[in-house]
Design a protein around this ligand. Sequence first.
Ligand SMILES: O=C[C@H](O)[C@H](O)[C@H](O)COP(=O)(O)O
Length: 225
Amino acid sequence: MTADQEKKQAALEAVKYIKNNMVVGLGTGSTAKHMIEAVGKLVADGMNLTCVPSSIATEKLAKELGIKIVALDAIDKIDVTIDGADEFDGKFQLIKGGGGALLREKILAWNTKFNIIIADSSKDVNKLGAFKLPVEVIPFATKQILTYLEAEGLQPLQRMQGDASYRTDENNTILDIDISGIDDLQGLEIQLLKVPGIVETGLFLDTTSLIIVGKEGGPEVKERN
Ligand SMILES: O=C[C@H](O)[C@H](O)[C@H](O)COP(=O)(O)O
């Protein structure tokens, strides 16, 4: 099975958790794209869903598929959010934000009753950190925060788009840092979020209820203990 087939298999399994009249959070990325297309089919088949997108790209795709989109402040709580991840470990800790959507994704996850992560099998790791952790930073503070993260040994790299610094949907920059040597992820999260100008990190430590992994022979559904 290719990674993309695994992503699609996980996505199709995940949409089975969506029921009529639910408010659904739509993630971002190549795995989430399969899920959004499947949600589009549910809607085309007559299911009544209200969806909250986690990025401009997701909103555009959802609208093209005829999915009803509302802003987060138009609803109270999201019933279920389905999103991808860059890495996850056995404690249901995630790195997200490879596609730059970490801030809105984390806001959606926080405001969701039941968060499902969908992934291909390459995302399943023993220890987070082979993937660089995205840290979203206000442009005004980017240079100083880069210097701070360097001094902390986190080897920050400013994400670029061509010759310019990459900008998120919120017009912030991203610094990708190396956390492969860090064991205390909660401590790191607290440390980073204390720095003025760091808006959010791609560490999702305790929001996920279910992880669905695409696999040869059928999807693996992992429940949080
Ligand atoms: O910012 C992007 C998101 O966090 C994605 O869900 C994550 O990067 C995984 O993306 P993909 O499904 O394309 O591997």
